[in-house]
Design a protein around this ligand. Structure first.
Ligand code: CA
Ligand code: CA
Length: 146
């Protein structure tokens, strides 16, 4: 899973992990990023599988959020767990997605992801504020497959 892949530099990766850490200072929600080159499957369905594989449904408040990106396919999915979906409207992630798309169109991959993660942290804060006894339930490292 930590295999080096050409589509993301170490520097970009560090910036993305830093954004996750920053976002998780606002919310008890747990943000993870999974990056891969391509999938033959429907991207949304595939993101759900990745969500399960990363055991993201095991957070106490069911408030994990996955940013799934298939780089070569130019597709990404933001997937929230049950706890979030119970509280927010279906279009909850739309503004985040739109903002990220604007960056991706300009090939600003890292920037789009960083801004999207930080925005997700702000949005989650409303429903899942940071708790003093917070634990890092899900790793902030980027998950990858090729
Ligand atoms: Ca946490
Ligand atoms: Ca985390």
């Amino acid at each position: 899973m930590s295999k080096k892949t050409p589509f993301i530099s170490t520097q970009d990766e560090e910036a993305i992990v830093a954004a996750i850490q920053e976002a998780e200072k606002n919310t008890s929600g747990e943000i993870r990023v999974h990056i891969e080159a391509h999938t033959d499957e429907d991207h949304y369905e595939h993101a759900k599988k990745v969500f399960d594989e990363l055991k993201m449904h095991e957070t106490e408040l069911r408030n994990g959020v996955l940013f799934y990106i298939a780089v070569n396919d130019h597709k990404f999915v933001i997937l929230g767990d049950q706890g979030i979906n119970d509280k927010v409207a279906d279009n909850f992630w739309d503004t985040t997605k739109e903002m990220m798309q604007n960056y991706f169109r300009k090939e600003a991959f890292k920037e789009g992801l960083v801004e999207g993660i930080l925005k997700a942290g702000q949005e989650l804060k409303i429903h899942f504020p940071y708790q003093d006894d917070d634990t890092d339930e899900l790793s902030n490292e980027i998950s990858k497959s090729s």
